[in-house]
Design a protein around this ligand. Structure first.
Ligand SMILES: C[S@@+](CC[C@H](N)C(=O)[O-])C[C@H]1O[C@@H](n2cnc3c(N)ncnc32)[C@H](O)[C@@H]1O
Length: 212
């Protein structure tokens, strides 16, 4: 009896650990898109892309919030934009992803096209500080993954354009927290947002919801 009880405890624990540690075979990602995501990761020698688990978390946040007007600051080669785009495909939303480096912006647009998300995600090549003021409307979901020293300035620029209950997510708030003390102070003490820091992987994502 004791053995049976112990197995009941251990087996689900092991299964849970395995699911969290490795790639999930989710029917919600078509095999060709899953292969593309793996290829982007394999060629990401600068290690810019978010982890697979963080990518999945972005999609979950889009779906669960029903977001439809999304902005990404720091699009890289399009890995995170594909995860966000997969969520927006289901909510009927759109993403504008801004990437400073022209070669990366070009690669991102191509990767997004290959993922079948060209009608959902628009890549804008340019400096987000210059491009955001030219974008129309407000955002109900913002994902910030540019250079860490700029996080506070981007938060200040975007907050007035975030809808009530809109989400502002920022990447690397755990493993690179020493590079953004002003941002972390702002999102954790602001009267305008309520913030929780989560760690789908070790990099850390701040999730701030606009409350006023
Ligand atoms: C960590 S990478 C983004 C990775 C991407 N989010 C992903 O997971 O696939 C950061 C990117 O931000 C871009 N970047 C930095 N400052 C920027 C700015 N002011 N405007 C637009 N892009 C910027 C860099 O060129 C770099 O490609």
């Amino acid at each position: 009896m004791a053995l049976v009880i112990r197995l009941c405890v251990i087996v689900p624990t092991l299964l849970g650990a395995a699911a969290g540690a490795g790639a999930q075979r989710s029917p919600a990602v078509a095999p060709d898109v899953a292969r593309l995501l793996q290829q982007i990761k394999a060629s990401d020698t600068d290690l810019l892309a978010v982890s697979e688990e963080d990518g999945r978390f972005l999609r979950v946040m889009i779906l669960s919030s029903g977001a439809r007007r999304a902005l990404e600051i720091g699009g890289g080669n399009g890995y995170s934009a594909i995860w966000i785009g997969l969520g927006l495909r289901q909510t009927g939303g759109r993403l504008t992803s801004i990437e400073y480096d022209p070669a990366r912006a070009k690669a991102a647009a191509e990767n997004i096209r290959r993922a079948g998300l060209a009608d959902v995600v628009t890549v804008v090549a340019g400096d987000a500080f210059r491009e955001i003021p030219g974008l129309s409307g407000d955002f109900d979901f913002v994902f910030l993954d540019a250079w860490k020293r700029d996080y506070k300035r981007f938060f200040d620029i975007v907050l007035p354009r975030l809808t009530s209950r809109g989400l502002f997510l920022a990447h690397n708030v755990v493993n690179k927290r020493s590079e953004m003390p002003d941002f972390l102070e702002a999102v954790q003490n602001s009267d305008s947002v309520l913030t929780s820091i989560v760690t789908p992987s070790g990099e850390g994502i701040s999730v701030s919801v606009k409350i006023r």
